[in-house]
Design a protein around this ligand. Sequence first.
Ligand code: PGA
Length: 260
Amino acid sequence: MAEGCRCRIVAGNWKMHGARAALEALAAGLAARSAAQAESTPEVVVFPPFPYLSAVNQALGTGEGGGGIAVQLGAQDVSAHPQGAHTGEVSASMLADCGCSHVLVGHSERRASCGETDELVARKFARAVSGSLTPVLCVGETLSERNAGRTAEVVLRQLGAVLERCGADGFRNAALAYEPVWAIGTGQTATPEQAQEVHAILRAAIARADARIAAGLRILYGGSVKGANAAALFAQPDIDGGLVGGASLDPEDFWRIITA
Ligand code: PGA
């Protein structure tokens, strides 16, 4: 991506949902629609569970050649290690080998239920960068942190750990996702103004290190994005797309978000 150009990106986080046949069908349908889309569209990336990466990659391939957008493939996590005796982990090079171009790093569900610390998330981010994957760094506050007026402090701490390890340069080919924990899977979306405020804080933090990289960085909003609220969110100056969970499993609603 050229610096300064902020093409919108819509990402579908399929989490631990579905099974092979259903996810293949979802991917094939999305690829066919995207290929047939003539007008300019956002970048689209889907993040299936690990075992289905190759199957989904193949299903996405069926939509190629239509002249529209090609749907890209991402993974939901990456090991902080390059290779070796790390049972259950998956390396950046393995993900690339399976066709992934993107990887989620530091999703709040992994921070909360797998004990991922800011430091571990930063190491994973660095591993994705060195493996030529595009990391999508997720940050966001819990409801009690928001109610305590600590939103900016929390997201800047989470971002700061990555900036400290990788510098602003690490964000040259990366994306950020602001996902308030209280909005994920709850149906309670942040208002466009609430989201914009945090997105501007995040962009300003990167800009203090490198203004050009900050200007080109895509910052996605995630947390109960739906067809019905996507356009208002995406109209904000610092919201460059969405990281969509539940609604990305509904082909009609996901398409409404993509074309919002
Ligand atoms: P949601 O999930 O859209 O279902 O709220 C978003 C996410 O967890 O990335």
